[in-house]
Design a protein around this ligand. Structure first.
Ligand SMILES: Cc1ncc(C[n+]2csc(CCOP(=O)(O)OP(=O)(O)O)c2C)c(N)n1
Length: 364
């Protein structure tokens, strides 16, 4: 498959500049409707993220790792995945989970640990998983999803299932041995995997200069024999275009791709972090006020005649309603029943779990 993009560049691949003007030589292959859907998903994602933050501040949720700022990279990368494809998330992939098909009700139920959460309240908030959608329940361990994603991708090749594994990670995960071992396997076995590396420039308090001496993270792929692309991670069209190329390539036997999305998180690492100790307010304001992915896409759509004040206001109203409805569903959902504590971890219970279940509930 001929690559329409250049791998290993120093300047990020972009379609639209910060003022919403087209900058790419090639035209986006996405339809006007697709572009409007990408925009709506980003606005919806931000609204759900904001709602989660409010629930933490209200003391109703114990933890949150906000997505705000990273919508374009998550939504663009997941946009052309098929339902059967595998998604491996980390602790911040609200946008990817939403795009793959989780509902606002499920996502908010997850934050509240309610029964409507496909993980049944078993996981920390912001660790979105859904077996129905092949979104693998994440663990918090940095880098440990990558070998599993490659294993699943290799299995897809053996089974000829036509599935692709999309594996999300942060810049911090690139320093983990698990990730490097996984990249090596992916290259050697030509695994149909896409590594969506969101370089939000911090791993908690560690900035990228202390994470790597490489000029880019994307160039690390060359050591493993596959291509790496540096993408403007706040340009949702560029994110979706390069991801579509990598997904199609993987599905047609072309092997793995690493995509580095250059982006930024607005919030602290999590609700348990004080980011004022390691970064300046001015830096956050610069990204939020001049490079925001939603603002950029809004300007682009407006300049292209695809959005105006009336359609924007209508969409904002519709999204407000969708989020309120999702919250109502999440609140109405009961807490997971105590009897289900043994469910969902193993296909069949282990002998000691059967004993424990009988001891607690009086039956297996
Ligand atoms: C192996 C391991 N080391 C440390 C931690 C603590 N920890 C949780 S998230 C995180 C930073 C991750 O940074 P990055 O991969 O860049 O993702 P981001 O949080 O920026 O999205 C750390 C160090 C952990 N969970 N697992």
């Amino acid at each position: 498959m001929a690559a329409p993009f250049k791998p290993f560049t120093d300047s990020p691949i972009a379609y639209v500049d910060n003022d919403g003007n087209p900058v790419a030589k090639m035209k986006s292959a996405f339809s006007d409707d697709d572009l409007k859907r990408l925009y709506r998903l980003m606005v919806l994602c931000r609204a759900i993220d904001d709602r989660g933050y409010i629930m933490v501040r209200q003391g109703r949720a114990g933890f949150l790792a906000q997505t705000a700022g990273q919508e374009a990279s998550q939504i663009g990368s997941a946009f052309t995945l098929e339902k059967k494809d595998w998604v491996f998330t980390t602790h911040r992939e609200l946008g990817a989970a939403l795009t793959k098909g989780m509902t606002p009700g499920q996502l908010l139920a997850h934050v509240l640990g309610k029964d409507l959460d496909p993980s049944k309240g078993r996981n920390m908030p912001s660790h979105y998983g859904d077996g129905e959608l092949n979104i693998v329940t994440p663990s918090s361990v940095v880098g440990n999803k990558t070998p599993a994603a490659v294993g699943v991708a290799m299995a897809a090749t053996i089974r000829k299932s036509g599935q692709v594994a999309m594996c999300y990670m942060g810049d911090g995960a690139t320093s983990e041995g698990d990730t490097l071992a996984a990249f090596n396997f992916a290259g050697v076995f030509n695994a149909p995997a896409v590594f969506a590396l969101q370089n939000n420039q911090y791993a908690i308090s560690i900035d990228v200069k202390h994470q790597t001496k490489s000029r880019t993270f994307a160039e690390k792929a060359s050591a493993f024999g596959f291509d790496g692309y540096l993408v403007d991670g706040n340009d949702v069209i560029a994110c979706a275009e390069v991801s579509k190329f990598a997904i199609d390539k993987a599905r047609s036997g072309g092997g793995p791709t690493l995509i580095e999305f250059l982006t930024y998180r607005y919030g602290p690492h999590s609700s348990a972090d004080d980011d004022s100790r390691y970064r300046k307010k001015e830096e956050i304001e610069l990204w939020r006020n001049t490079r925001d992915p939603i603002m950029r896409m809004r300007k682009y759509l407006t300049k292209q005649g695809l959005l105006d004040d009336a359609s924007e206001a209508k969409m904002q109203e519709e999204i407000k309603h969708v989020v309120e409805q999702g919250l109502t569903e999440a609140e109405a959902s009961p807490l997971p029943a105590p009897e289900t504590v043994f469910d969902h971890a193993y296909a069949t219970l282990l002998p000691h779990q059967i004993d424990e279940k009988i001891e607690i509930f009086g039956h297996a």
